[in-house]
Design a protein around this ligand. Structure first.
Ligand SMILES: [Zn+2]
Ligand SMILES: [Zn+2]
Length: 368
């Protein structure tokens, strides 16, 4: 069983020291100190927060990974900027550390255990940064847990398959030519191009069998008076889709529509933002083992077979780039009033449950 006093102390430290994306210095130092003490070999990138740690059994076998995200979210409270763990990444880090402690004390059956502590998940950049720095090389399998609010997965239950939705944000700058309002023929009206682009994008037809949405989220024209022909417009679009291939098609359609609209009016186009997190697919064998372990810990009646959230996660980038097997689990914690809300609280009795699932799953996969 996981060490409950260790869990309590660890959570208290992490919860009381929230740090936002790429500023997780205290958090990283705290994790590094513990992993080193337990015999893990550390992998860190110069000048970057987050880290991976590897424990080698010395016996041939796979490299099994447990990933936790470590960043908090920024808020403004009574006019002051504060960080707060509103997405439960303090819980994820606590469970992962507790699992690493137990597994290092017990010894691994075979292979290697890689603990992945990812920075900057909330800005969708941490997984890519760790991959780019080569910190995750050699991973064969990777699992993660996210705490869930009660309406998703109630406290006392868990799901072996928490599916995320692919999410993409596309930004464009359209540049035309400013002119006097009295001489529109001498200018190139960037707002006209923007309007055409939005109408073009609203005409995109996604596959109705696959949940998706495409919408304009930014339309800004600056730098010219109301009696001038506007020379510049900034557009932003948010796309969500349950399938990665369909998402690629939607992204191409948006880019084509903006380009065509700009061309129709005579503007030039610059892509100012091109962000994507993937929906991902989980390995059947790994997810089935996760299911079996959840049933062992919580009872067959408390397995939620799968849950699909409209939220995005950059975890899936790791499986996509490395080609390793992945599985993402969701843990019922009664989180309220909801994730990403300042003051979010959850039932701490979920922490040893999550740690126990991680330990058993690692043991199972590293014994095979
Ligand atoms: Zn979040
Ligand atoms: Zn989160």
């Amino acid at each position: 069983m996981p060490d409950t006093s260790f869990i309590k102390e660890t959570f208290e430290f992490l919860h009381n020291n929230p740090e936002t994306a790429f500023k997780e210095h205290k958090t990283t130092a705290f994790i590094a100190e513990r992993l080193k003490e337990w015999g893990f070999e550390l992998r860190q990138a110069e000048g970057m927060t987050g880290l991976a740690g590897i424990l080698d059994s010395g016996k041939p076998g796979i490299t099994f990974g447990i990933r936790a995200d470590i960043d908090a979210l920024p808020f403004e409270v009574e006019g002051k900027a504060v960080a707060y763990h509103a997405c439960g990444h303090d819980a994820h880090t606590t469970m992962a550390l507790a699992a690493a402690k137990t597994l290092s004390e017990e010894g691994l059956p075979k292979g290697r255990l890689m603990m992945v502590f990812e920075p900057a998940e909330e800005v969708g950049a941490g997984a890519k940064a760790m991959l780019e720095a080569g910190l995750l090389e050699g991973l064969d399998e990777l699992v993660a847990f996210h705490i869930r609010p009660a309406e998703d997965v109630p406290f006392g239950k868990a799901t072996p398959r928490l599916y995320f939705t692919a999410s993409s944000q596309l930004g464009f700058k359209l540049t035309g030519k400013v002119a006097h309002g009295a001489r529109p023929h001498l200018g190139i009206n960037a707002v006209d191009a923007g309007v055409l682009a939005v109408n073009g994008i609203n005409a995109i037809k996604g596959n109705p069998a696959i949940g998706h949405s495409v919408k304009v989220t930014r339309f800004v024209s600056m730098g010219s008076g109301i009696n001038s022909i506007p020379g510049e417009v900034e557009l932003g679009f948010d796309l969500r889709c349950q399938d990665d291939t369909e998402m690629e098609r939607l992204r191409e359609s948006v880019k084509r529509a903006v380009k065509a609209a700009a061309e129709a009016v005579g503007c030039t186009v610059e892509i100012t933002r091109d962000g994507l997190t993937r929906a991902g697919e989980y390995d059947e064998g790994l997810a089935n083992d996760a299911r079996a372990v959840i049933a062992e810990v919580l009872g067959e009646e408390n397995v939620v077979e799968s849950y699909r959230t409209p939220g995005g996660e950059d975890f899936n980038e790791i499986g996509y780039q490395l080609g390793c097997k992945t599985c993402y689990m969701g843990l019922g914690t009664g989180a309220a009033p909801g994730l990403h809300l300042y003051g979010m609280q959850f039932n701490h009795d979920a922490l040893p449950i999550g740690a126990d699932v991680l330990v058993r799953l690692a043991r199972k996969r590293l014994s095979a």
